[in-house]
Design a protein around this ligand. Sequence first.
Ligand code: 2AM
Ligand code: CA
Length: 261
Amino acid sequence: MARSALLNVMVDAVRKAARSLTRDFGEVENLQVSHKGPADFVSAADRKAEAILREELARVRPGYGFLLEESGVIEGTDPVHTWIVDPLDGTTNFLHGIPQFAISVALQKNDQIVAGVVYNPIMDELYVAERGAGAFVNDRRLRVATRRDLPECVIGTGIPFLGHGDHARFAGEMQTVMREVAGIRRFGSASLDLAWVASGRLDGFWERDLKPWDMAAGLLLVREAGGFVTDMLGRDRMLETGSVLCGNENVHKRLSKLLLG
Ligand code: 2AM
Ligand code: CA
């Protein structure tokens, strides 16, 4: 597959940042034994990866704005284009030496996500999508799974954690879904969860209290792989509400019935 110039520059930046993250991930395991653990080391790794992404993307597309997990909003001279960047999605996994994390980069043009890249450097899985041009992993076309009935479906989710989200509401949602499906999974990196819905590993996914950088690229992957995506109120406002519910058309409909009340 011939990648567009835009995806090429995104992929180059992501791969460069990934080399830095992967090197640091190798160190993390050595640090587990220290009393404080590798927390400071990991936040330095995170910031280093973000600096690489910012520098590379600004070099090839001067003037575009940024929304970065670590540095926040950086206004560009271009009023239309914004990079939405998560340099390390799945920080808790990374910190614990669990190889489920990713770099996520999306390009927003006006109100639309027009391109997205999610890369898991440990599995060397590079997910890319461009609006209207399909979604791919390592150049193979992606389609969401075709399972229709929930008893065959594996559904991903995100569990609220210490100090975040509505724990009781999540417990209720899980109880509702677990009665109906083959299994529920929680992997801890929302961008990869969405990439896995796009690739058909997961039949569906829901999570609340996400940030735009956790999901911007992943949402485009799911849509471009033929999936249906809404927020947890059934609307197309995921980036504003921070909630997401997705799957193929049938799974999305069935999960909506269970979770949207
Ligand atoms: P992060 O690693 O970039 O912070 C999964 O539920 C999503 O929530 C992830 O995409 C993750 O993004 C975010 N998150 C933030 N803090 C978390 C925590 N303590 N445990 C799990 N996920 C967390
Ligand atoms: Ca994140």
